[in-house]
Design a protein. Structure first.
Length: 219
């Protein structure tokens, strides 16, 4: 889990997940608040890396000792029995990786429309975004070369390589995502901005470092 100044939400996320005997790795990108202190209440495996989800996820995967990797954002809560679901899914033949459907933790018709749009996009493109959660075996991760260290679009970039490796499945269980970015930046603006950035990266091949200027840190 990559984190950066997540003291407002980290405890809620981590306390909502039953990690059982699974390894929890928190990768901090330079927090100036109580993020590391809060993380320490849930795991003793806290590492630091250069700021940026791609770099942080890469650092976390490198330090992992388990056979299955599950990449999770700090403002996302996976469904109950997540780890059992992941293990059963990856035991299926031909599965390269998996992800969940999006469920925004707020009422309102606009959020339901966004969820439906994400569902349709996922079915068509077979490309999961980071807030849907992404899991795969460590062997698969190593075979495709892992995360590339991009400041943003790291999820799309690695998913494109995963598609060539095998099937990416989208489970019907929902990943519960905080609405904080939509509420702070505006629902319509945030949605259109995110889609535009994804399109500019995917089809126009614009450098993610340039695109990241349009993507502000929201906490």
């Amino acid at each position: 889990m990559p984190v950066l100044n997540e003291e407002k939400i980290l405890s809620k996320t981590l306390s909502s997940i039953d990690f059982q005997d699974n390894e929890l790795i928190i990768v901090d990108g330079g927090s100036a608040d109580n993020t590391i202190k809060i993380a320490g209440l849930f795991t003793d495996k806290i590492i630091t890396s250069k700021k940026g989800r791609g770099a942080q996820l890469s650092a976390g995967a490198l330090s992992a000792t388990c056979d299955i990797l599950f990449f999770l954002h700090a403002d996302c809560i996976p469904p109950v029995d997540t780890f059992d679901i992941i293990k059963k899914t990856l035991n299926l033949n031909g599965i390269s990786a998996g992800s969940f459907m999006l469920g925004i933790d707020s009422k309102g018709i606009l959020f339901r429309i966004i969820e439906t749009a994400v569902f349709i996009r996922s079915e068509i493109t077979k490309i999961p975004y980071g807030d849907q959660g992404l899991f795969m075996t460590k062997t698969t991760y190593q075979e495709i070369g892992g995360f590339s260290g991009l400041p943003i679009m790291e999820d799309i970039e690695i998913a494109q390589r995963l598609k060539k490796h095998g099937t990416i499945v989208f489970l019907r269980e929902k990943m519960t995502v905080s609405p904080r970015r939509w509420l702070k930046e505006g629902i319509i603006y945030t949605t259109l901005r995110d889609w535009m950035i994804a399109l500019m990266h995917t089809f126009l091949k614009i450098n993610p470092k340039l695109l990241s200027r349009r993507y502000k840190d929201v906490r």
